[in-house]
Design a protein around this ligand. Structure first.
Ligand code: IMP
Ligand code: MG
Length: 174
C-alpha cells in the first residue's frame, strides 16, 4: 500500500509561485501570439490556475500523450492520444507540464510540435526533477525544483489517484 508522505509545497506556496510565473509570462509574451499547450492530465490544475494569472490574450489548447511503462518507470515510448485542436504554425507555443523528470516525454513532444513550424516553443513546468534526467532538456519556466522523489497532488497522480490533493506531497510506500 501507499500513503501520503511529507508535504513539499502547500496550497499557499503553490499559489504564490504561480502568481509570479503568470506575471513573468505576461511580460515575456506581451507582443507575441501565445498558445498554451496543456499536457493532460497532470498539468490541468496547474494550467487553470496559471491562466488566471496571465494578463495578456492567449489561446488555450490541450494535448494528451501516453508514455508506456508506468509513470514511475518511463521507457521513453510515447504516443499522442489526443492532439492539439489548433494550428500552431507561426505561433508562440508554451508547453505546460506538471513535472519534467527523465525528459523523455517532453523531448518527444517538442520534436513533434517543431515539425509544425511554430515561431517558438518554450516549456513551463510546475516541478523540475533534474536528478532523474535521461535527456538533457532545458526548461524555460519552472515552479519548483525537487530532489529525486515520486510526488503526488495538485494534478500529479499515482495510478490515477491523488490528483485532487491541494498540496504536493511525497508518495510513501510500505
Ligand atoms: P518524464 O519522465 O519526464 O518523461 O515524465 C513523464 C510523465 O510522468 C510526467 O509528465 C508526469 O506526468 C509523470 N511523472 C513523472 N514523475 C512523476 C512524479 O513524481 N509523480 C507523478 N507523476 C510523475
Ligand atoms: Mg505528464
Amino acid at each position: 500500500m501507499e500513503k501520503i508522505g511529507k508535504i513539499l509545497f502547500t496550497k499557499e506556496d503553490i499559489e504564490k509561485r504561480i502568481k509570479e510565473l503568470g506575471e513573468e509570462i505576461s511580460l515575456d509574451y506581451k507582443d507575441k501570439d501565445l498558445i498554451l499547450a496543456c499536457v493532460l492530465k497532470g498539468a490541468v490544475y496547474f494550467t487553470v490556475d496559471l491562466t488566471r494569472n496571465i494578463k495578456i490574450p492567449f489561446i488555450l489548447d490541450f494535448i494528451s500523450i501516453l508514455s508506456y511503462g508506468s509513470s514511475k518507470n518511463n521507457q521513453g515510448i510515447v504516443r499522442i492520444t489526443k492532439d492539439l485542436d489548433i494550428n500552431i504554425l507561426g505561433k508562440d507555443v508554451l508547453i505546460i507540464e506538471d513535472i519534467v523528470d527523465t525528459g523523455l516525454t517532453l523531448s518527444y513532444l517538442i520534436r513533434n510540435l517543431q515539425t509544425r513550424n511554430p515561431r517558438s516553443i518554450k516549456v513551463c513546468t510546475l516541478l523540475d526533477c533534474p536528478g532523474r534526467r535521461i535527456i538533457d532538456i532545458e526548461v524555460d519556466y519552472k515552479g519548483f525544483e525537487i530532489p529525486n522523489y515520486y510526488v503526488i497532488g495538485y494534478g500529479l497522480d499515482y495510478k490515477e489517484k491523488y490528483r485532487n490533493l491541494p498540496f504536493i506531497a511525497i508518495l510513501e510506500e510500505f
